[in-house]
Design a protein around this ligand. Structure first.
Ligand SMILES: *Cc1c(COP(=O)(O)O)cnc(C)c1O
Length: 405
């Protein structure tokens, strides 16, 4: 969890560009017997014949591991890699993105306190706000995602936590992180940002002023749709508290998943660079197509917060969404015709993935709840993979030709 001891190599890695860091960062300490790749360590506990040494490790005076629910060498390498990519002091990981989110909120919030967030957070996050936090007498004020003045007014009334997510899922709204982090800090709030959609390649919330940045590693970080995980980065004091909650309540990342995520992250920079480029090309193409009623992508000049996105993002990400003329009936005709897209509740993978909010991001919500959140039923979320974008455009072209209205 803590930053590793400095070596000439770790100093060089810290100073290298993010492309180089995706390969080399975080692994040094966990390598074993000359192996060039981080081993998958499946050991529940770690033995110390010397009781003094055991005590030193247990009390954190010496590096090492005690029990894998707390820390594990493979998991540690994954945490270190993300920590360095996000430019953070400390990081800890979880079995899933939702575990990262729920553990963080339950660590930071006590009965009688208040959290301010937006209506468009990830569906599971929204359920934490509307179902689980009220049970422990924590009030969640969820604002209109595009109305920064309204969010600022809610923050000004006082809150313990300000929780942001940008770009949002599935409507790709953009929140001005620096502006709202400053508003949060004026009232002494801890500011948290879900950076799953942007990844550290495209956006660095800590540099924009937030206190904690978290990810569903299941998505772009892993990138291959074969492992679940979550991670959070920030200063040592906050991470220590969140880690403590997780070590006791037990939503630990499995070493095999940590290995798959680490392996996936080796190509993070290359994948994101391609996905940024392909998504922008496809978004521009969709905008011109007569079957399409609207496109949500922060990289489009037509996006309401394109100026904010340009300021705080280095690339606009691999996810877009679009509305078809004819609503859900058209969605039901188009999705089965796609050849180069998994129709699945996932995103951020090497293959393109498409689906409606009703079965993906907001499967936990009723149609009425989605309506209230401003999520149209005729929407398709399209997570662009690393296929040739021209093949994806050809695929969409033939799928749209089948729409009967
Ligand atoms: C998927 C997702 C989550 C939840 O992550 P899991 O790993 O599925 O638990 C949280 N936030 C965002 C933005 C997501 O896309």
């Amino acid at each position: 969890m803590k930053a590793q001891a400095k070596t000439p190599k770790s100093v060089a890695i810290a100073e290298a560009s993010i492309a180089t860091q995706t390969l080399w960062a975080g692994e040094e300490e966990s390598l074993l017997m000359g192996a060039t790749q981080v081993p998958i360590v499946y050991s529940a506990a770690y033995g110390y014949p010397d009781v003094d040494e055991w005590l030193d490790v247990a009390l954190g005076r010496k590096p090492g591991h005690i029990y894998s629910r707390n820390t594990n060498p493979t998991v540690h390498a994954f945490e270190e890699k993300v920590r360095i990519l996000e430019g953070a002091e400390a990081a800890t990981s979880f079995s899933t993105g939702m575990a990262a989110i729920s553990n963080t909120l339950f660590t930071l919030l006590a009965p009688g306190e208040r959290v301010v967030s937006v209506k468009d957070t990830y569906g599971g996050t929204n359920k934490i706000f509307t179902e689980f936090l009220p049970r422990v007498n924590v009030e969640a004020t969820l604002c209109d995602t595009s109305d920064h003045a309204q969010i600022e007014a809610a923050i000004a009334q006082g809150c313990r936590v300000l929780y942001l997510e940008t770009p949002t899922n599935p409507t790709l709204k953009v929140i001005d992180i620096a502006r709202l982090a400053a508003a949060g800090h004026r009232v002494g709030a801890i500011v948290v940002a879900d950076n799953t959609f942007a990844t550290p390649i495209n956006q660095n919330p800590l540099a924009l002023g937030v206190d904690l940045v978290l990810h569903s590693a299941t998505k772009f970080l892993g990138g291959h749709a074969d492992a679940l995980g979550g991670v959070i980065c920030g200063n040592s004091e906050l991470i220590e508290k969140i880690y403590h909650y997780r070590e006791i309540t037990g939503a630990t990342l499995d070493p095999m998943a940590a290995y798959l995520l680490l392996r996936g992250m080796k190509t993070l920079y290359l994948r994101i660079r391609q996905q940024n480029e392909s998504a922008l090309k496809i978004a521009r193409w969709l905008e011109e197509h007569s079957a399409v009623a609207g496109v949500n992508y922060p990289g489009l000049e037509s996006h309401v917060h394109h100026d904010v996105a340009k300021r705080q993002m280095k690339g606009f990400g691999g996810v877009l969404s679009f509305m078809l003329h004819g609503g859900f009936e058209s969605v039901k005709q188009v999705l089965p015709r796609l050849r180069f897209a998994h129709r699945a509740a996932n995103l951020g993978a090497v293959e393109t993935v498409a689906g409606p909010p009703a079965t993906t991001s907001h499967v936990e919500c009723t149609a009425a709840e989605r309506e209230a959140m401003g999520i149209p039923e005729g929407l398709i979320r399209y997570s662009v993979g690393i296929e040739d974008p021209d093949d994806l455009i050809a695929d969409l072209t033939q799928a749209f030709e089948g729409i009967q209205r």
